[in-house]
Ligand binder design. Structure first.
Ligand code: G6P
Length: 372
């Protein structure tokens, strides 16, 4: 009903707007004084966490993209090897699992059948399973050894938005938890992450407050029938998520690529006017990455692409090379997806609205896929 939508035309718009609150709720009260993260249900000891020598992250859809971001954070902060797998592939390829493997399963609904079957397979092989889920008491958390609940609140729109941002927040918490329990002395960078995480909800709100140009841009693109998304490092999963949102909502052929792979094929897709959305890394710190993305932008521009850049505030280098720039606030590189994903959600939602499509219930899709 209209009342449930809180005055918004679609649940998705409401859920996009709720993201600062959802992330703040997911972080609230999760740190104890020693910096350890408080998980909700833990049937694993600190020693179990210390014994971990390998991490797998297993999920489907948008949750898989959150897992891809988590891999970058966990490997960097915890120095544990970490792989990310689609749940539908994981158990069929005979992954190497034992009691020192930690399998993190991410599922908004807690009921996705592929993810549940992957979890059961992992537990049969004696691996420990930690679930990140938005649904208290659902099957996946119930069958896991430990659980961290996201607190997005009920997500109604089929295309995931606020659940995704809270999954990212939960993944960062798990990374910090692993680092703390394993006694890895926080580097300055990691210590600062906790404060930066706490500041993220306000920055997400800042991004949301500046979305009108993105909506206009989406409306002006109503006739485009395809789009490419590119990024590097954590911008790569964000590019995949941006493309998924366009597929889900606007029924457009949209594909995300690692920007470095452009020259190995995707660049041949570029014609005059092909929209290319580029998730640009911060020019600070890892400026090498930034330079590489700028040359990727030049490569696609030279072939006639219309380039839309998602760039960090103060990035003066990118703007002259692109057609449109959307700025997001400064944040440590690993946390950037909390901000850079937001304009891509808004873009897809508005494009679908411009096409007169059903935003909350796209054709052929289900909120929770309970068949394999
Ligand atoms: C469906 C939904 C997606 C979701 C995916 C995984 O495809 O439409 O939005 O990302 O399932 O769902 P889960 O509940 O396991 O996160």
């Amino acid at each position: 009903s209209a009342a449930e939508k809180d005055g918004y035309e679609h649940f998705m718009l409401k859920e996009i707007a709720e993201q600062p609150r959802a992330v703040a709720d997911t972080l609230r009260g999760r740190f104890d004084t020693s910096g350890q993260i408080l998980l909700d249900e833990v049937r694993m000891s600190d020693q179990d966490f210390r014994d971990v020598d390998k991490v797998f992250i297993v999920a489907c859809g948008t949750s898989y993209h959150a897992g891809m971001v988590a891999k970058y954070a966990i490997e960097h902060w915890v120095r544990l090897p970490c792989e990310v797998e689609l749940a539908s592939e994981f158990r069929y390829r005979d992954p190497v699992l034992d009691r020192s493997t930690l399998v993190i399963v991410i599922s908004q609904s807690g009921e996705t059948m592929d993810t549940l079957m992957a979890l059961r397979h992992a537990r049969n092989q004696k691996a420990r399973v930690l679930a990140i889920s938005n649904t208290v008491g659902s099957t996946i958390p119930r069958e896991s050894d430990a659980v961290l609940y996201t607190r997005a609140g009920i997500e109604v729109a089929v295309a995931s938005t606020k659940a995704f941002l809270t999954q990212l927040a939960a993944c960062y918490l798990v990374g910090l938890h692993l680092a703390a329990v394993r006694g890895i002395k926080y580097a300055d960078e990691v210590g600062a992450v906790v404060a930066e995480l706490a500041a993220a909800p306000d920055k997400i709100a800042e991004v949301l407050a500046a979305m009108e140009p993105v909506r206009e841009l989406a409306r002006s693109m109503g006739t485009a029938d395809r789009a490419l998304f590119i990024g590097r490092h954590v911008g790569y999963p964000v590019a995949l998520e941006g493309a998924l949102k366009l597929k889900e909502l606007a029924y457009m052929h949209a594909e995300g690529f690692a920007a470095g792979e452009l020259k190995h094929g995707p660049i041949s897709l570029i014609e005059a006017g092909t929209p290319v959305v580029v998730v640009v890394p911060s020019p600070r710190g890892r400026s090498l990455l930034h330079d590489k993305v700028v040359s990727n932008i030049q490569e696609v521009k030279a072939r006639g692409a219309t380039v839309i850049a998602i760039a960090e505030e103060g990035d003066a280098v990118v703007a002259p090379h692109v057609d449109h720039t959307v700025f997001t606030p400064r944040v440590p590189t690993l946390l950037a997806p909390l901000l850079t994903a937001v304009p891509l959600q808004v873009f897809a939602c508005e494009l679908a609205a411009a096409k007169g499509l059903d935003i909350d219930q796209p054709r052929n899709l289900a909120k929770s896929v309970t068949v394999e």
